[in-house]
Design a protein around this ligand. Structure first.
Ligand code: NAD
Length: 338
């Protein structure tokens, strides 16, 4: 790193890669030097907007533009090879969730990362949502308080499922957020999993519409996830999400149904995103910015990120057990790192 400025390459100029690039372009002590996407038009459009070079893929980017760090926002099933190339090139990496769509691939990445003294961070973004942070902090400060039961119900629009490249699943793409958020907020681990899923919406062969999961937690309590992605697209980018954490003393609720703002017009209601990503007086902001700033800060300070590759691996291990349970109809025990 020269002059204390982290040179970044963003891999993937789709929805989330673009957000990362725009946010990072406004963060001090770093600069986005290149954007890579196999869709040349997308790469060029984004690169032009932030004054970076447009590249065809990671190989092209690493050859043309020396970088200190990579932000990888490719379709879920394509994370392995590109992340491995980045690790081997000695880059710090912020990898979007899920780490991979198979536990074997996640293990491969974790092992490769252990060989390098770099920052390896996961884009487990709920750890940067102020609502989740408030619950996590409150639970962390509590002495002698026992978590008794946790549940989350989550609905996404059908469009978000149809947008996905092949090779991912409702579990890896959506429920992985909740699995990580559970671990972050409660500090508990998943010790057993039983799950069922359905696929009833046509045109999406092999993609589950709904999944119901019951997890046994390390303190003996239960965590249930009920997730689906078939809601009408009119809910827009809004997430219909309700959490409830019941402890021996309190009950916590997180409600992300509309973020507090609704706009009605001839096409129904719209729910602008005021938390995750929002342009605020010309600044690309939201908790995606907090996450990216944290990544840059970890590179400068040598701190361990709040979500590292071990967290990514653990979340994939639980996803793996959920899918095995759905297939076999049996309870599964997720592999753990200890
Ligand atoms: N943390 C979050 O809240 C959050 C939200 C949305 C998406 N994501 C994650 O971000 C990642 C990207 O999601 P998205 O919605 O931006 O997807 P997207 O489909 O909008 O974008 C993916 C981009 O990758 C490009 N691409 C495909 N293969 C490539 C390759 N080999 N090299 C370079 N470019 C390639 C595609 O052309 C596309 O532009 C996914 O892993 C997703 O799970 C995270």
């Amino acid at each position: 790193m020269r002059d204390g400025i982290v040179k970044i390459g963003v891999i993937g100029a789709g929805v989330f890669g673009s957000r990362h690039a725009l946010v990072l372009a406004g963060i001090p002590r770093c600069t986005v030097v290149a954007v890579a996407d196999t869709d040349h038009e997308k790469a060029q459009r984004l690169a032009m907007e932030i004054g970076a070079a447009a590249c065809a893929n990671i190989r092209d980017l690493l050859e043309k533009c020396p970088v200190d760090a990579l932000v990888i926002a490719l379709p879920d099933a394509l994370h392995l090879d590109v992340t491995l190339a980045g690790i081997r090139a000695g880059c710090h990496i912020l990898l979007e969730k899920p780490m991979t769509t198979s536990l074997a691939d996640a293990s491969f990445l974790l092992e490769a990362a252990k060989q390098q003294d770099r920052v390896f961070m996961m884009g487990h973004i709920m750890r940067f949502d102020p609502r989740y942070i408030a619950v996590a902090d409150s639970l962390q400060d509590a002495v002698g308080e026992v978590v008794l039961n946790v549940s989350v119900r989550k609905g996404l629009a059908l469009g978000s499922a149809l947008h996905q490249f092949p090779g991912t699943s409702l579990v890896h793409h959506v429920a992985v957020h909740d699995i990580d958020a559970l671990r972050y907020m409660t500090g508990l681990e998943v010790s057993g999993v039983y799950a069922c899923a359905t696929q009833q919406v046509p045109d999406r062969e092999g993609m589950y519409d709904h999944v119901a999961v019951i997890c046994k937690l390390s303190n003996g309590s239960l965590f249930s996830i009920n997730a689906g992605w078939v809601l009408p697209d009119s809910i827009g980018g809004a997430m219909d999400v309700n959490w409830n954490i019941v402890t021996s003393r309190r009950s916590f609720y997180i409600d992300l149904q509309n973020g507090g703002v609704r706009i009605a017009d001839g096409n129904g209601f719209h729910f602008p995103d005021g938390f995750r990503y929002q342009q605020r007086h010309g600044v690309h902001a939201g908790f995606i910015r907090d996450m990216d700033e944290h990544f840059i800060d970890c590179i400068h300070s040598g701190k361990t990120p709040v979500a590292n590759f071990a967290d990514g691996w653990t979340a994939v291990s639980i996803c793996d057990s959920i899918l095995k349970s759905i297939k076999t109809g049996t309870t599964q025990v997720p592999q753990s790192l200890i």
